[in-house]
Design a protein around this ligand. Sequence first.
Ligand code: SAH
Length: 353
Amino acid sequence: MTALARLLAERINDSGPITVADYMADCLLHPVHGYYLAREPFGTRGDFTTAPEISQMFGELLGLALAQAWLDRGAPAPFALAEPGPGRGTLMADILRATRAVPGFHAAARVTLVEASPRLREVQKETLAGQSPVWVDRIEDLPRIPLFLVANEFLDALPIRQFQLGPQGWQERLIGVRDGALTFGLSAAVPQVPDTPAFRHAPAGAVVEDCLPARRAVAEVANRINRHGGVAYWIDYGGWRSQGDTLQALRSHLPDDPLAHPGEADLTAHVDFEPLAALSQACAWDTQGAVLLRLGIDARADRLARNLTGAALESHRAAHRRLTHPEEMGSVFKVLAMTSAGAPQPPQPPGFA
Ligand code: SAH
């Protein structure tokens, strides 16, 4: 049993079963035992790898997309260049390097990172040395100026609740203790579930997930962009309206039982984009593969390949395929791009034209 499993079991024995969201929140961000506070999640020695860690091309193309979107909207100054959940800071470092030559972009950018883990803030500080980023705790704390935001694999780390439609109505999936071990169970019927299409159209027996913190984060960004202008790219794995239990744990790059190693495994859930897209009056949605192709990843890959040979060239080619191919990250990962509504209608965000 992990140290966190013992703490959770004690709490459950004292005051009853907890929701999947409470469990996820403690597993990821418990101040002492939380996964993002105590572990090194990323890279070959970590538990998983992410698109910016796979290739510099990911951040470069998104950086140029943000810069083009900024130019298309009249190059407002100052503006917030924001990233929630920056991990090691690699994506923002690649964005800043790729946009160095865009006149005025760096001078106008207030680089703002939304990060909950003090340990990862330290890592980001090192990666972004010389760029003077500012950290905030919550999306609500972003400066109230035009907002150009990118988030990769941030939403999938936000706590979900799970509900199941039984003969007596909706019940919530809870985590209790049986024979000393954490185990899933069901609550009594709950009076109310979120009013989203996934719940409205669920068949009998279905498990439906809801991520209130994701809806809050995206709603806040959509409102900011409507008021102050800007563009946001949300990149994550998931679907339009997924069904079933998608809670998953990864430990040393291998799937793990989500209840087996609380605090020692990464926990995520599929992102449902339908309820998020509904929060913006002007958004577009496509696969990561399609968006990266439109942003010019093939040309960029060829350009980088010219300076590479042998194993380095092979791993570069593999990274290109991994980011874009439908059987790898190309179709499982989606991009939701949001911009402001109203007239005059600004151009579509780059990658969607
Ligand atoms: N974007 C990075 C890292 C993804 S991992 C990449 O692509 O490599 C998720 C990131 O979100 C981590 O930095 C984690 O500490 C952060 N995070 C998770 N929950 C958060 C929350 N509630 N508020 C702010 N940051 C959070």
